[in-house]
Design a protein around this ligand. Structure first.
Ligand SMILES: [Zn+2]
Length: 177
């Protein structure tokens, strides 16, 4: 078979990838629901909200319950402790990566909530992280609190026996570690 008179053997190799850099300016609007959580982060507090219909407690909370579509109740503070629901050990580098592998990212069940929060788990050897492990937040110094989850540097095991020193160069344990 031929295309435009060229035999298959004469066709160039297909283009598999192209470099197409582009820049997008955007403004992120958190909305009323997410603003509660973000302002709490700036105050060093975990602010959750409960659905009056089904009782689901959200952190971070949207404006309305995803199940019932009703407005959530006023914010209430939760301690921020929780357990590991699932986790992965990141061993591979990738473009734009903020941290140096290996590091652990977990889905956490915060106590008093029915939702999951994704965050890093540090101060523990990756191979000692387990599902169900109790964790607690490690906050940045108050002068660094901001309306972002970055106010919480990471989570660590509640059990001191599971803890390990932070790796060299990650003393801050934060975004620029
Ligand atoms: Zn509900």
């Amino acid at each position: 078979m031929s295309v435009h008179g060229l035999a298959d053997a004469e066709l160039p190799a297909p283009v598999a990838t192209i470099a197409a850099p582009f820049h997008v300016d955007y403004t992120y609007v958190a909305g009323v629901g997410r603003s509660v959580y973000l302002r709490g982060m700036a105050e060093g507090r975990f602010l959750a909200r409960e659905c009056p219909g089904c009782g689901q407690v959200y952190f971070p909370a949207p404006e309305q319950c995803a199940r019932c579509l009703v407005a959530l109740l006023s914010p209430s503070e939760i301690p921020g402790t929780g357990t590991v629901s699932t986790f992965c050990i990141v061993n591979l580098p990738f473009p734009g990566q903020l941290f140096t592998p290996p590091y652990v990212v977990g889905y956490l069940n915060l106590d008093g909530t029915g939702t999951k929060l994704m965050h890093r788990i540090m101060e523990v050897e990756p191979e000692r992280v387990s599902v169900g492990m109790a964790v607690e937040p490690v906050w940045a110094p108050p002068e660094e609190w901001e309306p972002s989850l970055a106010s919480v540097r990471y989570f660590r095991p509640v059990d001191p026996a599971l803890r390990a020193p932070l790796p060299p160069g990650s003393a801050r344990g934060g975004r620029d570690a």
